[in-house]
Ligand binder design. Sequence first.
Ligand code: ISE
Length: 333
Amino acid sequence: MIIKVGVIGAGVMGAEHARLLSSVVSDAEVTAVSDPDAKRLAEVVETCGTARAFADPLELIRDKSVDAVLIASPDQTHAALVLACLEIEKPVLCEKPLAATAEECLRVIAREEVLKRRLVTAGYMRRFDPGYLEMKRRLDEGDLGAALVMHCIHRNVASSPFATAAMLISGSAVHEIDIARFVLAREVQRVTVVTPRKTSLAAIQDPQIIFLEMEDRVVVEAEIFVNAQYGYDVRAELVCEKGTITLTPPHDVTVAQAAGESFSFPGDWRARFAHAYRAELQAWVDGLRGNAPSGASAWDGYVATAVADAGLKSLATGQPQAVNLAPRPGLYA
Ligand code: ISE
């Protein structure tokens, strides 16, 4: 059985997912693509063989040629499109964040509870990155003792001209929130955002330091710096009782030259997380074929956004903010 996927959004991530689904993911094909921008839409359709173009995403969702939907449209459109998929019980992988607000995420969860089925996957691809998976495996093995502190670095080359200070939390730090929950298997209880001296190379408050106080007083400290200029750089070090686990930045070669040694940073997340994106899509398609959900659930999507919302309050007030989660439904046990 080949899974026929409709891709909503022909921007950077929609184009990347469409390319991966049409070229390297087995047992999947892209049969439909939608985007309001006709030029971008035509370009992505062209890369997908026989896919059809839709101006209206709701029409794509309802179309008989679509078994499952991948949403990579702007963040504010996510919730309504996910709910439209659930209305007709079509599985959906939604790029992060699952929705723009925690309340919208709860609406998605409520709908899945009515259906008594998990049809939604939230696109937190780091859960498929070999480095983070190995970090989790080594921690769970137990030899290093308990995790105490996680240090994270999240640097982009430059933010878009439309970026806001809030987007460092809602668009970038959400990945740190999700991966910290995944690796540490603990929930976040309190969030504090600290604003250091800002770079003169951007108009927004950049960088920001985000402290997550997790259950058992494990602390996660993440530097988010989206105008770091030199490259896309994601790092993490987990400090445990008897040692540390550090991600090795993936690069194919190291060059020794002129009395120095160097490697290159990728330009953005597509190259850094190429393996993770591919594995995430393959797991999604395999899960659909075998009727088993894969990846981050709607609940995980809700929690990441709820913690980010607390971070936004802390950014605005300068004060620590408690995270108060809704009760976790049995569907996500
Ligand atoms: C972007 O939207 C992503 O999702 C990337 O993974 C993240 O690293 C980047 O900071 C975001 O802007």
